[in-house]
Structures are given as structure tokens and as C-alpha cells.
Design a protein around this ligand. Structure first.
Ligand SMILES: [Zn+2]
Ligand SMILES: [Zn+2]
Length: 350
């Protein structure tokens, strides 16, 4: 869903994006406005993103006479569905960055890692590129009392999981943020049957494209070699999810200065995170900034992390988020020159 607001005078085109999808979690907040759909919950604050962007649209519309240029308000589905390709890419393919052509992109995320009213951001790579892997170990089943007559896929899978941890600890630069996590293991039916096969699924992430590619090449190599050692067959599927979320340094420097001007808030520079975001696809098409707004507030019980069934936000931060979006749109539509994408982001991370 896209809303377009044209100012009175010509200027730049700024895209503001709010993701709006929920998560398959049974809500345990006990709030009076908790989800009424069983097993579906706004546990990542995307409902807050929608509210903040709607309020920013209202603020900007009430100042339309002073606005130069055009603001596109983008409400995006399926940010959480990385395994299915996400919602940003299809919107871009459908032309959301064109007519009028977008000069700057901005996105905001509510985050309990930071205290309420704190804007958190960094220049350059902010979040990781993510990939998904699926390893199917095919052995030969039999009786639990006679493992020597079988090729045990449960035991072999455990060796694969252990060996994969050597990628992060022994084969990649320890100073480069990265992670390889096996998050799902499925095999077997009961205690005395060695099954025929096992399936492992996991995620790998890095904030440098070189590191990500290296890890992506090592996962199949290690899985195949461990399986071969024990006589099992192995199929490995690898899939790229989201690219690196890289903030344009020049734009982000201006954004940081603008955020500092919002009374009642703080601005913090943060290290890169291993979460991933499909806002990265917008940042590949135009300079811009993705930034966080802290919502941790112990007094109000807003202490549970994003994706927790008890996740709740400090609603008093919403007005600061709206103000920040309106401010960025107002300022960047009026920018004379388009900031060049600077050279601080290495080419491989674009
Ligand atoms: Zn999320
Ligand atoms: Zn989210």
C-alpha cells in the first residue's frame, strides 16, 4: 500500500517505509488490545511502525504548503518472511521506486534493546546479509540395539552440527561479525528405531559479503564430507534471504544531526547487528538510512525482546518516531543536491 503526498513546490522524492506484518506467536501480554487472532501477534512492533508512519503523514499533510517535493508512504507486507523472499523486493519490482523516482529512503524500527526515546543508528553496514540452509542426511534405519547394521542419521547429524560450528570459530575472521546456527532438527519416531534420515535447517549471517560467501561455500563442503565419512548420503540446499542493510554514510550523518534536534530524545551510535531486514533492497536502489527507536522501559514492563510472546512497547515513544519520520521527509525533500552514495561502503557490501 502506497500513499503519495505532493508538496506545493518541486523538490526531491523521499520514501518512508513501515513494515506491517505480524508473527506466528500466541500473544501472552494480557493487554486489552492484544491480538484477537489466535496464534498471530504483533511481536516485532510493526503495528507501531504503521501508527508512526500514519501520524507522520498527517503531520506532513498539515504542512503541505511548506513542503517541497514529494513523500511516498510505503506500507510493506511480509518483512518477516525472509525464506519466501520478503515483501520489499516485489514492491520494488512493481515500481515503488519509480514515478516519481525516489531520491532517498528511510525506515524506522522499534527495538527493546535500547532505552525508550533513544534513536540508534550507524553509518555503513547496520545489519547482516542472511542465508538459509537445509541439510538432508540420508542414512539407513534399523534397530536401536544394533547400530552397526545401520547408517545412523541422528548420530551423523549431531556430527554435522558440531562440525558446522568450526566455520565461525576456526575458518572465518574472528573480528568479523557472523553466525551459523542450526535451529531445527527433525528425525525419528521412537526410542528404539534408528530412522532412515534426518533434516537440519538453519541460518547463516554476516555483515560482509566476502564473509557471507565464504560461509555459504563451507556449509555444503563440511556437511558432505562429514556424511561421506560415516557412509551417509547428503543433500544441501542453500538460499540467500536478505542482503546487507547498508546505510549511506553521507545521508546517515545528516540524519543523525536531524535526530539530535528532536527534544526529549537521545541518539546513540550502535555496532552492526546480525539481524536482517528487507529494507536492504530499498537501500540498494537509493541512498538512505535505517534506524532504531528504543522502547525499553522497566517501569512500564517493556522489557521483553522483539519476537517474545510478552513483547510490548512503551507507547510514549511513538510520537518521537512520527516526528523523526516527518522531519526527515521534510528536510530531505528540500535538499538541493542529491547526496552521492559515498565510497565508505565497500563495493562488495552494496
Ligand atoms: Zn521481527
Ligand atoms: Zn521487525
Amino acid at each position: 500500500m502506497v500513499g503519495i503526498l505532493g508538496g506545493e513546490a518541486p523538490g526531491r522524492v523521499v520514501l518512508l517505509r513501515a513494515d506491517m506484518d505480524a508473527l506466528p506467536i500466541k500473544e501472552l501480554t494480557g493487554l486489552e488490545f492484544a491480538s484477537r487472532t489466535d496464534g498471530v501477534m504483533h511481536a516485532c512492533g510493526h503495528d507501531g511502525h504503521v501508527a508512526m508512519l500514519l501520524a507522520a503523514a498527517r503531520i506532513l499533510a498539515s504542512h503541505r504548503k511548506e513542503l517541497r517535493g514529494t513523500v511516498k508512504f510505503v506500507f510493506q507486507p511480509a518483512e518477516e518472511a525472509g525464506e519466501a523472499g520478503g515483501g520489499a523486493k516485489p514492491m520494488i519490482e512493481a515500481g515503488v521506486m519509480e514515478e516519481p523516482k525516489v531520491d532517498y529512503v528511510f525506515g524506522l524500527h522499534i527495538f527493546t534493546n535500547y532505552p525508550s526515546r533513544t534513536f540508534a543508528l550507524r553509518e555503513g553496514p547496520l545489519m547482516a546479509a542472511s542465508g538459509i540452509f537445509r541439510i538432508h542426511v540420508v542414512g539407513r534405519g534399523g534397530h536401536g540395539s544394533a547400530p552397526h547394521q545401520t547408517i545412523d542419521p541422528v548420530f551423523i547429524s549431531s556430527q554435522v552440527i558440531t562440525a558446522l560450528q568450526g566455520i565461525r570459530s576456526r575458518m572465518l575472521d574472528p573480528l568479523e561479525p557472523s553466525v551459523v546456527s542450526v535451529c531445527s532438527v527433525h528425525s525419528g519416531t521412537r526410542n528404539n528405531i534408528i530412522p532412515d534420515d534426518a533434516t537440519l535447517e538453519g541460518t547463516m549471517r554476516a555483515v560482509s559479503e566476502v564473509t557471507r560467501k565464504r560461509a555459504a561455500s563451507l556449509i555444503p563442503r563440511i556437511a558432505h564430507s562429514v556424511c561421506r565419512t560415516y557412509g551417509a548420503e547428503c543433500e544441501v540446499e542453500m538460499k540467500d534471504a536478505y542482503p546487507i542493510t547498508a546505510n549511506d554514510p553521507l545521508t546517515t550523518r545528516s540524519v543523525s544531526a536531524l535526530l539530535k534536534s528532536i527534544p526529549g530524545t537521545r541518539t546513540a551510535e550502535v555496532p552492526p547487528l546480525l539481524t536482517a531486514e528487507d529494507f536492504s533492497f530499498f537501500l540498494r536502489r537509493a541512498p538512505g538510512t535505517y534506524y532504531f527507536l528504543g522502547t525499553r522501559n522497566g517501569k512500564k514492563g517493556c522489557i521483553y525482546p522483539n519476537h517474545s510472546a510478552r513483547f510490548r512497547i512503551d507507547e510514549d515513544v511513538l510520537k518521537y518516531g512520527s516526528a523523526s519520520l516527518a522531519l526527515l521527509a521534510f528536510d530531505f525533500t528540500g535538499q538541493r543536491r542529491r547526496a552521492r552514495q559515498s565510497n565508505v561502503i565497500p563495493q562488495e557490501n552494496r
